[in-house]
Design a protein around this ligand. Structure first.
Ligand code: GLC
Length: 515
């Protein structure tokens, strides 16, 4: 394994509830992941990022943590987690765990103590305020108000659901608790930490309203960098550990502040994730990403999907191919064939740009968003507050068989799977050279160019093309008409059928150039 593995790794996101169920209760678990580790080994990924697996009342699918040093019984127990880490390491796969520092569960002992008495020291670990009216009109991250009243004149702050009270990061006890949690997991072999809502930790204690042109009261306050510098010092005490931030930030300068040499190692590129399927916008997004990361010496990341956003087969099949939480496109017409063709091309793009690539479970199977989950089965708390559910991308994986639950579970899956996924199971796609799964397997296997220098290749309007070193090129045709391939020795991989020596629209190829 190379040093600084996070610089060019393929990192696979496991959403434990929906990966594989080992005990038949319909919810994925560690036993299921261990039993299916072979899938990840065959895919060839370098690391797994596990969404939260800690004890939680599951008000926000585990992003409401009540104990960071244990595992929720629905997923297993701590010794199984340790065994999973060991088995993954034996298979050459690193493990990244998810830490949620902005808030904890209202069932966490700290919050329970804080509620019990105004004098409890834990009261200061949160944002309690006395006021007749709601202390601010802040809109929370899921929409809706950000304060809940506990008695006549006392409120507490929660940027997400009321079950996720925000922590007060000015308090030294909060800082030292999380430093100890990092050590707890590094000591157990975690190779990296994904940091949830990484830019939200600090709030302006004067509690001003959000005003255009004024500093934001809870997004990206400068004090947060000091926390990540201290986390970096801890990570550096261990060999080869990586800190990866979930930083949603339209301003790319402010974004890369998180990636300065003494802060986080990497952060998710949501600018790219939300970008339209358009040659000019994509080219400028890639340039912006490469320039900004080069300035701080951090590796770019390429993310197409995760557990919070509409799956990209669906996004790329819509008339509007952008993504943002503000612009809800649920239920707008989708051409899944088009979306799949573009998703195949996008895979060759993200896996050949410099930096690391993230694969969200199921994208290697070409899964689309399940937009027809019956309302009474929706569990995502965002739905009530914003009218958009993230459950459509969280549907359990189809492994084999012709009908749901496709061997995900022996019971009833916690969210319904589309019957049409019978062609998208791991079993159905294995060995089929035209399948999404075999495309991902081949692409990951062929990424031997990953330490070679990147350069744009000019192939005319609407064509994105680049080389890595002297032997490799990727060409993606977004021009609206077939285009000729550059001179090459062989086609290593193509996202779709070629038309003789022409590259059709919405298709990408990897070429070996050497004569
Ligand atoms: C992050 C997570 C999301 C969660 C939220 C609150 O954005 O990715 O799933 O709901 O934080 O923890």
């Amino acid at each position: 394994m190379t040093m600084q593995w996070w610089r060019d790794a393929v990192i696979y996101q496991v959403y434990p509830r929906s990966f594989a169920d080992g005990d038949g209760d319909g919810v994925g678990d560690i036993a299921g992941i261990r039993a299916r580790l072979g899938h990840l080994r065959d895919l060839g990924v370098d690391a797994i990022w596990m969404s939260p697996w800690y004890p939680s009342p599951m008000a926000d699918a585990g992003y409401d943590v009540s104990d960071f040093r244990d595992i929720d019984p629905v997923f297993g127990d701590l010794s199984e987690a340790e065994e999973l880490i060991a088995e993954a390491h034996e298979a050459g796969i690193r493990i990244i765990i998810d830490i949620v520092p902005n808030h904890i569960s209202s069932e966490h002992p700290w919050f329970k103590a804080a509620l019990k008495s105004e004098e409890a020291p834990e009261r200061d670990y949160f944002w309690f305020r006395k006021s007749q009216n709601m202390p601010t009109k802040w809109i929370g991250e899921f929409g809706g108000t950000a304060w809940t009243r506990v008695d006549d004149d006392t409120w507490y702050l929660h940027l997400f659901t009321p079950e996720q009270p925000d922590l007060n990061w000015e308090h030294p006890a909060v800082r030292s608790e999380f430093e100890s949690i990092l050590r707890f997991w590094f000591d157990r072999g975690a190779d990296g930490i994904r940091i949830d809502s990484a830019a939200l930790l600090f709030k302006d204690p004067a509690l001003p309203e959000v005003t255009d042109g004024e500093p934001h009261p809870f997004h990206d306050l400068d004090a947060v960098h000091d926390v990540y510098r201290s986390w970096r010092r801890i990570a550096d005490e261990y060999p080869d550990r990586a800190l990866i931030g979930e930083v949603w930030m339209p301003d790319v300068e402010r974004f890369t502040n998180y990636l300065r040499p003494d802060e986080l190692h990497a952060a998710f590129n949501f600018d790219f994730l939300g970008c339209a399927w358009d040659p000019y916008l994509m080219r400028s997004c890639i340039d912006r990403t490469l320039d900004a990361h080069a300035r701080v010496g951090a590796p770019p990341t390429w993310v197409l999907s995760n557990h919070d956003v509409t799956r990209h087969v669906t996004r790329y099949g819509r008339a509007d191919t952008t993504f943002s939480f503000e612009n809800n496109l649920d239920g707008t017409p989708v051409d899944l064939e088009l979306g799949t063709r573009r998703a195949r091309a996008a895979a060759l793009l993200t896996l050949s740009l410099p930096g690391s690539a993230y694969v969200y479970q199921g994208e290697e199977l070409g899964l689309w968003e399940n937009e027809s989950i019956p309302e009474d089965q929706i569990q995502d708390p965002m739905y009530a507050r914003r009218g958009h559910t993230r459950d459509g991308c969280r549907v359990p994986l189809p492994w084999s068989g012709d009908e749901p639950p496709f061997d995900f579970t022996t019971g009833a899956p916690w969210l319904p799977q589309p019957a049409e996924w019978k062609d998208r199971t791991v079993q159905a796609q294995t060995g089929d050279p035209s399948s999404m799964l075999e495309l991902y397997r081949s692409a990951i296997r062929l990424r031997t160019f990953k330490d070679q220098e990147f350069a744009w290749l000019d192939r005319g309007e609407g064509v994105l093309a680049w080389t890595r070193g002297s032997d490799f090129a990727c060409v993606l045709n977004l021009s609206g008409a077939p285009v000729p391939l550059p001179e090459h020795r062989t086609v290593l991989l193509a996202s779709g059928p070629l038309d003789g020596d022409l590259l059709p629209q919405d298709t990408a190829v990897w070429l070996s150039l050497r004569k």
